[in-house]
Each structure stands twice: as structure tokens, then as C-alpha cells.
Write a protein that binds this ligand. Structure first.
Ligand code: PLP
Length: 430
């Protein structure tokens, strides 16, 4: 059983200058309090208590190659020697752009940024400029960053959410006001008729969605849903944006759009694109993207295409070969199936859904969720107890049920994980 006393001591005695001891609200929580890590290598994180922990946070999905991959580290060191920030162009950003545009079906052109939240903003602005319309349609339970104009209905309580056919816009944080939601409409995901009906009013600039819902749960699009939304967008002059911040480079080298074979007009990427370095991208149709250059649409950022993260990105992408996905998928699938068998053996009712390198466990669900409201019935407290029990066995998973797998989660790591899952499952089994 692992102990986390030194983490607790540091948080109690040294973290007072940082609000809550963490620099992102998403790092609050976990019954044991925030952990303090010293280093990461492969599938493992090492903390100040001397614990060696198998990590399925993987940098909230970013570390698709695991911690400290040699090729990425070397590329970064080399680039640091050459310079940090030029406020001009460098060859490495054009190399990085070429790789993404050759890989991602929707990417005729791109612009780099530093976080998923900010490229989501760029996409919204661009679609409003291109269409002359104001409304962006988003979906309940989908998260596209923490900014005031989009942090709506990301995780509403069922009491606040309103009728399923016409959901309420529910703020995600104190400090937002209804004025921030002006120009936003929220629908249930996976309901094609609802999208068609809303777009038919002719005032929607863009539909913004995760093509597979992975921020909450791991929910696949229903057969024909993505194609239907795309057709409705084309019919009513609406721009389709895929948020691939999680799915990008996890559901395959070409992202969710390659996996499901539906090419949106615009897409945004971040997280795994550069294995933990702050790189994001908005990519899409040349006629739209060129509006940033010649159409009067502003996109800025001091740190955009900073050469060091760009070098990390190129090295990451070079490692993300088709063979990488083939090999890593075998580990991810073995892990997922192993967990399912243990739940069956121990009598735990759960749905394990998703993909090879990203899946989700929903305790207490009778069937796989189709949308946020199905997922909202999961036993979150029960799963949090399981996550706590797993951590004490040396396996770190997100309390919201997501598991991120990297190429370092090999057979040996999967074996060790399944041993820990067995112990934790017995601890929380009914
Ligand atoms: N979009 C999705 C689907 C995400 O999961 C996230 C972050 O978790 C974001 C956008 C925002 O990205 P960032 O945290 O890099 O601002």
C-alpha cells in the first residue's frame, strides 16, 4: 500500500503561494489530495514519497509516447541550444505544419497556438467571420476549453440541465453571465434530428463537437451521425468543426476524422500533438484558413510556433507511425479486456467503452452511454473509491473514469496494472 505523506507535507507547508496548491482546477480532487512528482519515465511517474506509480493520466491525454521519450527529449535539447523565441519564422514550424497537413484529412492549411482552449476561440471567431452569422451549436457534456463564451453545459447537474429536447445553457463557473453565452446554443449529442432542426433556421455559423465524446466518457458517434451532421451543415451553410484535442493522435494517426472517415471543415488539435509540449493547432479548408491572412480575421499569440515545442512536435509525430498504433493498440485492448473480465469475476457492474489508447469506465451503468445524460447516471462516488484503491496499489487513474494509454504501457505494465485492478476491484466490490 503506497503512502503519500511527503506529498501531503509539501502541499500543507510549501504550496501556500499557489491558489489551492494547484495551477489548474482539474488537478484538485482525488481523495488523497494533490500529489507532488519528481520525474517521469515511460509508463511511470515517481513522487516525493519515493513511490513508483503507473500513470494513466498521461498528462491528461498528452503523453501518447509516455514520459520522457528519448527522441523528443533530444530534439528539444538541440533546439534549446539554437534559441528559444524569434518572433519570426523558423524552418521547424514549416516542417511541423507539413507533417500535420499530410496526416490530417481536413488540414489544407493550419495555424499553431499553445492550448486547446485558445484554438477553439480562433475556430469560433473564424466561422463567425466566414458566415456572417453569430450562433455556435455545441453539445451537452462537451468541453472546448475554459473561456467564458464556451464553458457552458460541460457538466451540468441533471436538475439544471432542462428538457433533453431543448437543454438549458448551464454555466461552468461562477463569474460567467448569460451575456457570455450570447451566440451559443446547446443540444444533445448523437441526436441527428435535433441538429437538422436547429440548422434549418439558417442562423448557425458552426457546429462544434468532439467527433467521439472523450472528455466525458468515451462515447462513439451513432452509425450515420457524423455523416448526417456533415450533410446538414452543407445544406444550411454551417461550418463543421471537430474538436480533436483528445481524439487527435489517440484514435489513430489521422485522428477521429480519419477513423470515422468524415472530414470536417475545420478541426482543432492540442494535447498529444507534441507529447506534452504546449502546441495546439487549428487546421482546415484553405479558403477558411486564409481568412487569417487576407480576410481580416485576427489570430495572434506571442508563443505560437515557438521553436522548442515545434521541435518536440516534429519528433513526436515522427514516432507516431502506423506501426506505433498497431503495437500500442494491442496493449490497450489487452488492458481493457482484462479489466472487463476482472469486473465480471468480482461482480462489479460497469461499462468499459472507448478505443485502444483511450477508454472510459462507467460504474453502475447497464448499457454504454449514448450521450451526457446517460453518463450522468454513472456511480461517480463508487468509481472514485475504486480510483483511490488503485492509487494505493500504485496505479494512477482519473476519477472521472478516463484511462489514457501510451506506447510505454507494454505487456509488463499491463500485467502489473491488472494485478492492481484485481486487488482494487475486490476492495470495492459489492
Ligand atoms: N477540447 C477538449 C476536447 C479538451 O479535452 C480540452 C482539455 O481538456 C480542451 C479542448 C482545452 O484544451 P487546453 O486544456 O489545452 O486548453
Amino acid at each position: 500500500m503506497l503512502k503519500f505523506e511527503e506529498s501531503a507535507r509539501i502541499i500543507a507547508s510549501e504550496s501556500r503561494y499557489v491558489a489551492g496548491g494547484v495551477n489548474s482546477n482539474f488537478r484538485l480532487g482525488m481523495g488523497h489530495g494533490p500529489l507532488v512528482f519528481t520525474h517521469g519515465e515511460g509508463a511511470y511517474l515517481y513522487d516525493v514519497d519515493g513511490n513508483k506509480i503507473i500513470d494513466y493520466y498521461c498528462g491528461m491525454g498528452a503523453m501518447v509516447l509516455g514520459h520522457s521519450p528519448a527522441g523528443v527529449q533530444a530534439a528539444v535539447k538541440q533546439q534549446v541550444e539554437k534559441g528559444i523565441l524569434f518572433a519570426g519564422q523558423s524552418p521547424v514550424e514549416y516542417e511541423a505544419a507539413r507533417i500535420i497537413c499530410e496526416r490530417i484529412p481536413s488540414a489544407e492549411r493550419l495555424r499553431f497556438g499553445s492550448s486547446g482552449s485558445e484554438v477553439a476561440q480562433a475556430a469560433m471567431r473564424l466561422t463567425r467571420a466566414a458566415t456572417g452569422r453569430r450562433t455556435i451549436v455545441k453539445f451537452e457534456g462537451h468541453y472546448h476549453g475554459w473561456f467564458d463564451n464556451i464553458l457552458w453545459s460541460t457538466a451540468p447537474s441533471l436538475a439544471d440541465a432542462g428538457p433533453a429536447e431543448d437543454p438549458n445553457l448551464v454555466q461552468g463557473s461562477k463569474g460567467q453571465s448569460m451575456a457570455d453565452a450570447e451566440g451559443l446554443d446547446v443540444l444533445q449529442w448523437n441526436d441527428l434530428a435535433a441538429v437538422e432542426a436547429r440548422l434549418s433556421r439558417g442562423d448557425v455559423a458552426a457546429v462544434l463537437m468532439e467527433a467521439a465524446m472523450c472528455n466525458q466518457g468515451a462515447i462513439s458517434p451513432m452509425p450515420g451521425y457524423l455523416e448526417g451532421v456533415q450533410a446538414a451543415c452543407r445544406k444550411y451553410g454551417t461550418i463543421l468543426i471537430f474538436d480533436e484535442v483528445i481524439t487527435g493522435f489517440r484514435l489513430g494517426q489521422k485522428g477521429a476524422q480519419g477513423r470515422f472517415n468524415v472530414t470536417p471543415d475545420l478541426s482543432i488539435f492540442a494535447k498529444a500533438i507534441a507529447n506534452g509540449f504546449p502546441v495546439a493547432a487549428i487546421v482546415g479548408r484553405a479558403d477558411l484558413m486564409d481568412m487569417f491572412a487576407t480576410g481580416g480575421v485576427l489570430h495572434g499569440g506571442t508563443f505560437n510556433s515557438q521553436p522548442v515545442p515545434m521541435a518536440a512536435m516534429v519528433a513526436t509525430q515522427q514516432a507516431l507511425t502506423p506501426e506505433h498504433y498497431e503495437r500500442t493498440s494491442v496493449y490497450g485492448t489487452r488492458l481493457r479486456e482484462g479489466i472487463k473480465s476482472i469486473f465480471a469475476e468480482t461482480g462489479i457492474k460497469a461499462q468499459v467503452t472507448g478505443y485502444e489508447l483511450m477508454f472510459h469506465i462507467g460504474f453502475g451503468l447497464d448499457a454504454p452511454a449514448r450521450n451526457y445524460r446517460d453518463l450522468a447516471h454513472a456511480d461517480k462516488a463508487g468509481y472514485a473509491r475504486f480510483a483511490g484503491a488503485l492509487l494505493r496499489q500504485g496505479v494512477r487513474v482519473l476519477e472521472r473514469g478516463a484511462w489514457f494509454v501510451s506506447s510505454e504501457h507494454n505487456d509488463d505494465v499491463v500485467d502489473k496494472t491488472l494485478e492492481a485492478v484485481r486487488v482494487a476491484a475486490r476492495e470495492v466490490a459489492p
